[in-house]
Design a protein around this ligand. Structure first.
Ligand code: ATP
Length: 355
């Protein structure tokens, strides 16, 4: 018999259809208590549908949803121990900030004074002590979103759901609010499910990321797993930047893999299950350029250079196609039009299927 802990979320073969549109194809999901798990993926892949199914705002066409060991598949949203933070904050404009935070507690029949005390504690948690008597319109977007987080957290939900909570904020505020959310989630050891289509945001806040594509899971793992061990060209391209270079697998055994890359044969230390055509993944900061080195294994010409303060980004036209290269800004800059030797460290290469 499977054990489900308080605060855990499980999907067992969950299908969601809207008429003829399949929003989720048989999703299996296991979220551990106290973890912040992000659902990440391009528009329309099923992230929001998954979140709304956990909240009970949508009902599953098929399969089971289990929260903290309780089968909630047919339980209405009101009775689920979850609270949600929306992209649009959804604060009541005519109520003070403190009343907004206390609202859910009073709906649960908590006496007003006690609810207002808890609201003050919630505001303190999100760094808004002293803002309780203001109206939401008297706060910045970032502050309003922190109020929405306080309102969700004071309800002591078993699972906190966040639907693109930073989308309405500008870049600087986004970083500040995401740090706050992560800090509170860790302090309270809350289970949180966070939806975003921003890979950097997902990497920054998550214990685990579930990448979705075409209504199913493409890969899941820690941010480190996904970055270091992408299982497909899609993941390699979606999580961080990658060079994806067509190659042929010549042979592979437990000692390593020989690949044909352009007119060169290279050896990669790891074994692969793949055969025939594949793509070699190499991160831009692992490629290095040596000016005017015509003896290197690969050569090319710099077609674009951008100085970004802490790094320099190059596009290089090479026999292997266009390569994206990131160098430390401390390295000697290379001008557009200059010939370069290209070092492609095979110990940093990974092989993924063609599509
Ligand atoms: P986005 O990042 O754009 O919000 P998403 O990954 O959250 O996208 P969902 O909103 O879960 O995607 O939608 C998944 C699929 O289900 C899409 O094809 C979408 O058009 C469809 N869909 C979502 N809600 C409905 C609905 N109420 N009626 C019909 N189709 C829907």
């Amino acid at each position: 018999m499977e054990q489900f802990k308080k605060g855990s979320v499980h999907f067992k073969g969950v299908v969601k259809k809207y008429g003829s549109v399949t929003a989720l194809k048989k999703l299996d999901l296991a979220i551990d208590p106290g973890q912040l798990v992000t659902l990440l993926g391009p528009s329309g892949c099923g992230k929001t549908t998954t979140l709304r199914l956990i909240a009970g705002l949508e009902s599953a066409t098929n399969g089971k949803i289990i929260i903290g060991g309780e089968d909630v598949t047919h339980l209405s949203a009101t009775y689920r121990k979850v609270s949600m933070v929306f992209q649009s904050y959804a604060l009541f404009p005519h109520m003070s900030v403190a009343e907004n935070v206390a609202y859910g507690l009073t709906v649960q029949s908590m006496p007003k004074r006690q609810a207002m005390e808890k609201a003050e504690q919630g505001l303190e948690m999100v760094g808004l002590t002293g803002f309780g008597s203001r109206l939401p319109s008297e706060l910045s977007g970032g502050q309003q979103q922190r109020v929405a987080v306080a309102r969700a957290v004071v309800l002591e939900p078993e699972v906190l759901l966040l639907d693109e909570p930073l989308s309405n904020l500008d870049a600087k505020l986004r970083r500040h609010v995401r740090e706050k959310i992560r800090q509170i989630q860790q302090e309270l050891k809350l289970t949180a499910v966070y939806v975003t289509h921003d890979q950097e945001e997902a990497m920054a806040v998550s214990d685990r990321i579930i990448v979705m594509k075409n209504s199913e899971i493409a890969q899941e793992g820690t941010p480190h797993d996904l970055y270091e061990r992408p299982n497909s060209a899609f993941i390699a391209d979606f999580i961080g930047d990658s060079n994806l270079i067509d190659c042929d697998i010549v042979s592979s055994n437990e000692d390593g893999t020989n690949i044909q890359l352009g007119d060169k044969q290279l050896r990669i230390a790891s074994q692969t299950e793949l055969s025939g055509r594949a793509k070699a993944v190499l991160r831009p900061h692992h490629v290095s350029l040596r000016p005017a080195n015509r003896d290197a294994a690969f050569i090319g010409e710099v077609s674009y250079a951008a100085y970004l303060g802490n790094e320099i980004q190059y596009s290089v036209q090479s026999d292997l196609g266009e390569l994206f290269v990131i160098a430390q800004a401390t390295a000697q800059p290379i001008s557009v039009g200059q010939s370069v030797g290209i070092d492609m460290p095979t110990d940093k290469m990974r092989l993924v299927p063609m599509d």
